[in-house]
Design a protein around this ligand. Structure first.
Ligand code: PLP
Length: 397
């Protein structure tokens, strides 16, 4: 007897794949250029120092053809790993060999999901949580637990309660200028939580994608840097927010015991990360006035944040938010409206934001919206806030 193939055949794990409304909204905004988008997490491409980039690209084509246009080491291009280890990590066990270059830090999340998560793995998340991490982990259908995040970090009482009642295997965190809330863990909570994780032998996945985007130039020590159990600690970094997402380069600091496994999984993904980007970025890191570059990015984002904050205060004082210390988002609560209706009205009026439900580990409804301020120019930020205000008032009157 012939069995019919279902019209779409796919592995069981695909039923756990989580889709992203953000990508849908981004598609809409690309198709319809009249929509003003506060939705993406897009860095501003004009912040790249073009003259330095030009010189570096030319020199790569002249001097590095055989490396830049060839397959490479699956763990990454050693000069780049050395630069990262020297300039961009703060854990005492970091060496060039401990760094694996990934296709954006997103690939690091994907590899770590594959490496640690099964249906009986207990994974603790922040609530709200970075949606891309949920997308990377969900196919393995682990048991998700979540701890609410306050403006200075996780609710410690609840964290200890969850950990004492359940064997948590993995904790994924984004402690600096978190996406979406922009909340930043205090120094005290970083130290306390590092100790709790050590005491309970919990694997830490620390996502530092926004580490250098503090508006006043502070760089917080990572939670990982306070841990004694370096063998249970992974730190993920990214060039997307400090140079450009176009390079698609990130890295993971991998403990020695896991290095060959991590690299083998990566080989199955892509053999090696983009060699051309790696050579260009390693040279860029060498020649760029790094401190000056970070300073100009931080200033740029800080001014944009000020603009959005003052526009919201002027036009829609009902909107509530905590002023962030860094990053590229405002996490705004719009009280007394149905978030679904509000989002639809906003889209119909030509303005997009991401509803908070998207970032809830349990898809709980939320009155918060994530608003990006780094991408739109000043006039469009104002026009966008006016459209949001009108949509809000149309519902509330
Ligand atoms: C918290 C967080 N982690 C990781 C990523 C992935 O970034 P990339 O793959 O570009 O390094 C993002 C992207 O927006 C992010 O917000």
């Amino acid at each position: 007897m012939k069995t019919e193939m279902p019209s779409i055949f796919s592995a069981k794990r695909t039923s756990f794949v989580r889709t992203s409304v953000i990508r849908e909204i981004l598609k809409l905004t690309v198709e319809n250029s009249d929509i003003l988008s506060f939705a993406g997490g897009l860095p501003n491409p004009n912040l790249l120092p073009k003259d330095v980039l030009n010189t570096v690209m030319e020199s790569v084509v002249k001097e590095n053809i055989s490396t830049a246009f060839q397959y490479g080491d699956s763990s990454g291009y050693l000069p780049l790993r050395t630069e990262i280890s020297n300039k961009l990590t703060d854990v005492y066990w970091s060496t060039p060999e401990s760094i694996t270059i990934t296709h954006g830090s997103q690939q690091g999340l994907d590899i770590l999901g594959k490496m640690f998560m099964d249906s009986d793995t207990n994974v603790l998340l922040e609530d709200p949580v970075y949606l891309g991490a949920l997308q990377a982990f969900s196919p393995y259908n682990p048991n998700f637990f979540s701890v609410p995040i306050e403006p200075d970090g996780p609710d410690l009482y609840l964290l200890e309660e969850i950990i004492s009642q359940n064997k948590i295997h993995v904790f994924y965190i984004n402690p600096s200028y978190q996406n979406p809330s922009t909340y930043t863990w205090s120094l005290e909570k970083r130290k306390q939580i590092a100790k709790i994780l050590d005491d309970n032998e919990i694997i830490l996945l620390e996502d530092e994608a926004y580490r250098y985007l503090d508006f006043s130039g502070i760089v917080y020590p990572s939670v990982s840097s306070f841990r004694k159990r370096s063998d249970l600690t992974f730190v993920l970094g990214s060039f997307s927010k400090i140079l450009s997402p176009g390079f698609r380069l990130g890295w993971t600091v991998v403990p020695e015991v896991y290095r060959s496994l991590f690299t083998a999984i990566k080989q199955g993904n892509d053999l090696n990360s983009n060699q051309f980007s790696q050579v260009v970025v390693s040279k860029l890191l060498n020649v760029l006035d790094w401190k000056g570059h970070l300073y100009s990015i931080q200033n740029f984002y800080s001014e944009k944040k000020e603009t959005l904050v003052s526009l919201l205060r002027e036009y829609l004082p009902e909107a509530r938010f905590t002023i962030p210390e860094g990053g590229m988002f405002l996490w705004v609560e719009y009280p007394q409206v149905s978030s679904k209706e509000f989002m639809n009205r906003c889209l119909a009026s030509g303005v997009a934001m991401v509803p908070g439900t998207e970032f809830s580990p349990t898809s709980r409804s939320s009155s918060f919206f994530r608003m990006n301020f780094s991408f739109l120019e000043k006039e469009n930020l104002e026009l966008g806030v006016k459209r949001i205000t009108k949509a809000y008032r149309d519902i509330n009157t």
